[in-house]
Design a protein around this ligand. Structure first.
Ligand code: GLP
Length: 299
């Protein structure tokens, strides 16, 4: 697993947006072989979506052959409610880019048969060949999607009762009124996320520092469901300095040094090894845009 630490939320945003752009570009998606991405909602990814929209307007990213699956949706909230995850995704990303509406998949929290809706979602992911890159955020209690503490690490898409801590955390989107926050949600399971060929989790802010410490320094544990990323062959966490507050200094130094060595391996001093100036420029530009995609070090 890799931990990339950036100074603040804005730097995390730039890193993640560039990462997504580069992954799509390198994949070179076509209609027959689209790039399938899992997407989160919340304040963590909202600026990433803003930057992706700017990149799209500048002609740097193309969503024509991108297929999306969102992580979760509230149960019983009307689809056009401003706080539904449908509204969030269309408002913050989809309506500004050239994604095909038929390529967007968001769970329907008002489906007549919720279990069936969840089964259909899993079947649809399988039909398109699985998810290439799953982006995620976490709650302060370490939940990924709505996989609250105690969720099975083998869970699939299903109906979930929200933990009180999550209801309180999300009340900020409902006029601070806990009673307005839906108490149930549909969510992909931990295993649904971990089945993706790559998982990238954004963790920012001091309020998530305990969760990050448990995720990285604790064992794999269903009380901190994001910790399942330890078992993923290609897991990446991008966090800011504030989120590292509860990590051991040694842990922070360890991950920073790994990134530092990686950067130095692709630095100017290795010019002759990399086959000329043009190649070097490409490498340096890629590293400046903070997207060391297939680094020579273990995940
Ligand atoms: N179900 C969502 C999660 O998918 C999200 O990661 C979390 C954190 O949100 P934020 O990024 O706003 O802190 O909020 C909700 O609980």
């Amino acid at each position: 697993m890799r931990l990339v630490i950036r100074d603040d939320y804005d730097e995390v945003t730039n890193y993640v947006a560039n990462y997504v752009k580069e992954r799509i570009r390198q994949f070179n998606p076509t209609t027959e072989n689209p790039f399938v991405i899992g997407l989160p909602t919340g304040s963590s990814p909202v600026s990433v979506y803003k930057v992706l929209v700017e990149m799209y307007k500048a002609g740097d990213i193309n969503f024509e052959n991108v297929v999306t699956f969102n992580m979760d949706e509230y149960v019983g909230l009307p689809r056009d409610h401003p706080e539904s995850y449908h509204s969030f995704m269309w408002k913050n990303l989809f309506m500004h880019v050239n994604i095909k509406p038929e390529n967007v998949h968001i769970l329907d929290g008002n489906a007549p048969d919720l279990d069936e809706e969840c089964k259909k979602f899993e079947a649809e992911i399988a039909r398109v060949g699985g998810i290439e890159l799953f982006l995620g955020g976490i709650g302060p209690d370490g939940h990924i999607a709505f996989n609250e503490p105690g969720s099975s690490l083998t869970s699939r898409t299903r109906v979930k009762t929200l933990a009180y801590e999550t209801i309180i955390a999300n009340a900020r989107f409902f006029d601070g009124d806990v009673s307005k926050v839906p108490k149930l949600a549909l969510t992909v399971g931990v295993a649904t996320v971990m089945d993706a060929r790559e998982v990238l989790v954004i963790i920012t802010g001091a309020h998530k520092a305990i969760a990050l410490a448990n995720c990285i320094e604790g064992g794999v544990n269903h009380m901190w469901t994001v910790s399942a990323i330890q078992m993923h062959p290609k897991g990446l966490i991008v966090c800011d300095e504030d989120a590292t507050l509860e990590l051991h200094v040694k842990t922070v130094k360890y991950f920073k040094s790994i990134e530092h060595v990686h950067q130095s391996l692709i630095g100017p001093e290795n010019l002759s090894l990399q086959g000329g100036v043009k190649q070097l420029r490409k490498i340096v530009v890629a590293s400046r845009s903070a997207t060391p995609l297939n680094g020579p070090y273990e995940e």
